[in-house]
Design a protein around this ligand. Structure first.
Ligand code: C5P
Length: 416
């Protein structure tokens, strides 16, 4: 018998890389979405093995999964050829994670009863790795007390995790909860199971995006921030187990899975949202590009060109320095919490300015960001930053904003 596999610590930026994931496909119309799931898992670096129930094969052929994974698909309990390639017990033993997607009411019920009468339930029962189920069924089947009880049994007795179902228009033409979670959300749920949970039990507040400072109901002063870095930080912290609140200026981004988003318009609303929560946080990361100034007297009706003339001036007032206020207040309390991380988006002398901000705002770390560099700063999907701390600087290699977010959190975890 093989020795138990030693599971190395995983990089939270790529927790699926090298992982062996068994995807069990049950017989529901959403089986076609399992193809996309398998593709995304493979793209994230996982080695995927698929097992299917007989009914699932009515919806998608095993050939599709074999082509997507590069591995034979386990479909029959008593197939000599399949068992000769890789036995189902061996598959169950080697897995780092099993995902059942779609998990139909029937598959959930049979597994909850401890049955193993098809390829999916058999591998699931033999598998000691974590189990993630992505239910998909008719609204009323999902709401049925027996399904509820079966899901509870899977989570409470077997420790399974559940992602979805989403609410929406279903294949059965009902609208409501029952739709398979989006494949990308299933992948993120899997990533959260495999990533180190070094922020478990921690409360993290992240700010993101620009602020819009009203001139009148139609016009505002703003900046080029898109919120991508802050959203990446919020998603990264949630993946590592934190309870995350994201205070977001106006952006065009989807809220990260499982993150509470508080949408604000301007700097003063952002300050109010943060002030109400500061003392409950373990870590605050201020990635928002807060406008430094706001129009003194915004008009409550749209200003006409004839009213403001051809060379108008807008009188401005300074906005509060939210991070500076929090930092100075923490210093006055003589407290070490929350750990405070700010950003410095600059076009020149980036690290020098960042070091000055570290002191003036009395924070623990400033992420210095040269916004003129190609592939860094506003709107890009990549970034290159230097972490400036009292003890020294750490240059983070260029990477996706998601990867850079994890490197920032690595340091924040060390400070916590
Ligand atoms: O002083 P500066 O704007 O360069 O500092 C940037 C950092 O301070 C960022 O973390 C930003 O979120 C925060 N900030 C703030 N309130 C402001 C301006 C910036 O909290 N009014």
């Amino acid at each position: 018998m093989d020795a138990p596999r030693i599971r190395p610590p995983r990089d939270p930026a790529a927790p699926l890389a090298g992982a062996i994931i068994v995807v069990g496909v049950a017989g529901g119309i959403a089986a076609y979405k399992a193809c996309e799931l398998v593709r995304l898992l493979t793209k994230a670096g996982a080695q995927v093995h698929v097992c299917m129930t007989r009914r699932a094969q009515k919806f998608v052929g095993p050939m599709t999964f074999q082509a997507l994974t590069g591995h034979p698909v386990f479909t029959e309990l008593f197939s000599l050829t399949e068992e000769a390639t890789i036995g189902h017990i061996q598959l169950a033993d080697r897995a780092d994670l099993m995902i059942i997607a779609p998990a139909t009411a029937n598959a959930i019920a049979r597994l909850a009863a401890g049955m193993s009468d098809d390829a999916v339930t058999t591998v699931a029962l033999a598998c000691t790795a974590p189990l993630l189920i992505a239910p998909s069924m008719n609204v009323n089947m999902w709401a049925h007390p027996l399904t509820r009880a079966n899901v509870t049994r899977l989570t409470e007795v077997a420790g399974a995790r559940v992602v979805g179902p989403d609410a929406g228009f279903l294949a059965c033409r009902w609208t409501g909860p029952g739709r398979l979670a989006e494949p990308a959300d299933i992948v993120e749920a899997a990533a959260r199971i495999l990533a180190p949970q070094d922020l478990a039990g921690k409360r993290v507040l992240v700010t993101a995006g620009p602020t819009h400072e009203a001139i009148d109901p139609a016009r505002y002063l703003g900046n080029r921030s898109t919120g991508k870095m802050g959203y990446a930080l919020a998603a990264a912290a949630a993946r590592r187990g934190a309870e995350v609140v994201l205070v977001s200026g106006p952006v065009a981004l989807e809220p990260p899975l499982g993150v509470e988003v508080i949408a604000v318009e301007d700097a003063r609303a952002m300050r109010a949202a943060i002030d109400a929560r500061v003392l409950a946080q373990d870590l605050i990361v201020m990635a928002a590009a807060v406008a430094d100034f706001r129009p003194v007297a915004p008009s409550d009706r749209k200003l006409k060109r004839t009213e403001i003339g051809y060379t108008p001036t807008i009188a401005l007032d300074s906005n509060p320095d939210i991070l500076g206020e929090i930092g100075q207040a923490r210093k006055a309390r003589g407290a070490a919490r929350p750990v405070l991380v700010g950003f410095a988006a600059e076009t020149h002398d980036v690290v020098d300015y960042a070091r000055a901000k570290l002191a003036s705002k009395a924070v623990d770390m400033i992420v210095a960001n040269d916004v003129t560099e190609a592939g860094a700063g506003f709107g890009t999907d990549t970034n290159r930053v230097v972490l400036v701390e009292p003890g020294g600087d750490t240059a983070i290699p260029a990477g996706t904003k998601a990867a850079v977010a994890h490197r920032i959190l690595d340091r924040a975890v060390a400070l916590l």
